[in-house]
Design a protein around this ligand. Structure first.
Ligand SMILES: [Zn+2]
Length: 476
């Protein structure tokens, strides 16, 4: 028998835990993280794209980059109050001065005040940044991708093996619900004893959402996209973050598909995504047609389905789909039957602009194994096959039943756990919020907050990649 390219899944008890011990590279002091931010050239790039402030308002003491630095620092320090307190210390503030000197030159650095902005100066500046949060994100996405490429993620010149993608060739993505800034779900409530009407501030971006574990969380949902080259905990590069509007058609997974395809279109070395069970057949179909892999788990309600009966002269083979792949129904003398997974010899990707995917199977037979090619990953639509033969017309949701990398295989066991990186990213985001709760109301403000978080994380990833910040350079 030829060997299955994906290999047999190893039973849980025999799997060696891959939890990695923390090393020095996983630890970063607050001061180091602030220096990472101050030396991130993307902060300066983003500051450069902001329109000059209007004439109205108080005279500006600080350049825009100082407030973008504050924004990233707030994510490191978890609150604006703490950030203002830290940056008002001239010694901490020299961190930014050193960054400006390195990025913009000594003359610019000399213009900087001796201490950081107060909290009220920050609140004032934040209003302006909020108005531009969409543009800032639009400008930042290509910069984040460029950083990822610089760090060896999605290399274009590397072999792409569709049956064994590497971690740095895949996007880890996941949706998360942040905790609403208030518990209020309605703008008014009536006190049942006094009849008094109370007004509440409500976050317009928040709704009641069910998280993966089944618990209800009230808040806005965002999908984050990241990738990494090496194992170091802080080396992850965040590529994007997108808001999932309430009642968005297709929900979180549809937003994720758009994000993944956008990244793939900009990074030819990207092979696809790791996602949880929220991505169903219709979402896999979109990414597979675009040429990408979706490594995820089968939906729990996915039951085996009859596929077709192969007849070869004197033998017949009854093929079903089960666990994301083709299985043969074996009938036993005692009347029982079993679905036996059929060996997959190859995973093929064919096409130029629109792609089709196949498993090349070896169906065992006493007359000699039959080679059989079966379409997987996408669900053909009416007009894409001979009349009456498309999946759509036959009512077969192929993308739901046949996975590119089937779930219960060794390859899936090895690759899918990289997805947990997306979850640890969410944990970092929660930790960057005061009491794990948002302070920002509305998508504009929240997207400014997610930008600060991603900037801070990516600053450290970049600094680690470059061998540490210029923190220890003597400050003149
Ligand atoms: Zn046969």
């Amino acid at each position: 028998m030829p060997e299955d390219i994906f290999g047999d899944a190893v039973p849980p008890a025999q799997r060696t835990p891959r939890k990695r011990a923390f090393t020095d590279k996983d630890r970063r002091t607050l001061q180091e993280r602030l220096a990472d931010c101050a030396h991130n050239p993307d902060l300066y790039e983003l500051a450069g794209m902001l329109p000059p402030p209007g004439r109205i308002g108080r005279p500006r003491h600080y350049p825009d980059v100082a407030f973008l630095f504050f924004l990233a620092a707030r994510s490191v320090l978890a609150s604006a109050r703490r950030t203002a307190a830290h940056l008002e210390d001239p010694e901490v503030w020299t961190t930014l001065k050193a960054g400006i000197r390195a990025e913009l030159g000594a003359a610019e650095a000399a213009l900087l005040p001796e201490a950081g902005p107060t909290r009220s100066q920050w609140l004032h500046a934040q209003r302006r940044l909020r108005e531009h949060s969409h543009e800032l994100w639009d400008a930042y996405r290509p910069l984040a991708l460029e950083q990822a490429l610089d760090q060896g993620i999605f290399p274009e010149d590397e072999t792409r093996s569709w049956s064994s993608p590497q971690r740095h060739q895949l996007i880890a993505a996941d949706g998360t619900v942040l905790k609403s800034p208030t518990l209020a779900r309605a703008s008014q409530s009536v006190d049942m004893t006094t009849g008094e009407i109370r007004n509440h501030r409500v976050d317009p971006a928040s709704v009641a959402q069910i998280e993966g574990g089944g618990a209800e969380v009230f808040g806005p949902k965002y999908v984050f996209f990241s990738a990494r080259k090496d194992e170091n905990y802080l080396s992850r590069v965040f590529l994007d973050s997108r808001y999932v509007p309430h009642l968005h058609p297709g929900g979180e997974a549809a937003v994720a598909v758009e994000g993944v395809i956008d990244i793939m279109s900009a990074a030819p070395g990207c092979m696809g995504t790791l996602y949880d069970g929220a991505m169903r057949g219709v979402h896999r179909d979109a990414i597979a047609r675009y040429g990408g892999l979706v490594v995820n788990k089968q939906h729990k309600g996915n039951e085996p389905q009859f596929y077709e009966t192969l007849r070869h002269g004197r033998c017949t083979h009854e093929l079903w789909t089960a666990n994301g792949r083709i299985a043969e129904k074996a009938h036993y003398a005692d009347g029982s039957a079993e679905l036996v997974p059929v060996t997959i010899k190859r995973l093929e990707r064919r096409g130029v602009r629109t792609f089709r995917w196949y498993h090349v199977l070896a169906i065992p037979c006493r007359h000699g194994a039959h080679q059989f090619r079966v379409g997987i990953g996408t669900t053909s639509r009416k007009g894409e096959r001979a009349p009456g033969e498309s999946d759509e017309e036959r009512g077969f949701h192929r993308a739901e039943h046949l996975q590119q990398i089937p779930e219960f295989t060794r390859t899936h066991q090895l690759v899918y756990p990289y997805r947990s990186d997306a979850e640890s990213g969410h944990a970092q985001l929660d930790a960057s919020l005061w009491n794990g709760r948002l302070i920002s109301y509305g998508v504009e403000a929240q997207q400014l907050l997610t930008l600060g978080f991603v900037l801070a994380q990516n600053s450290t990833s970049r600094a680690l990649h470059q061998g540490g910040p210029a923190l220890l350079k003597p400050t003149a």
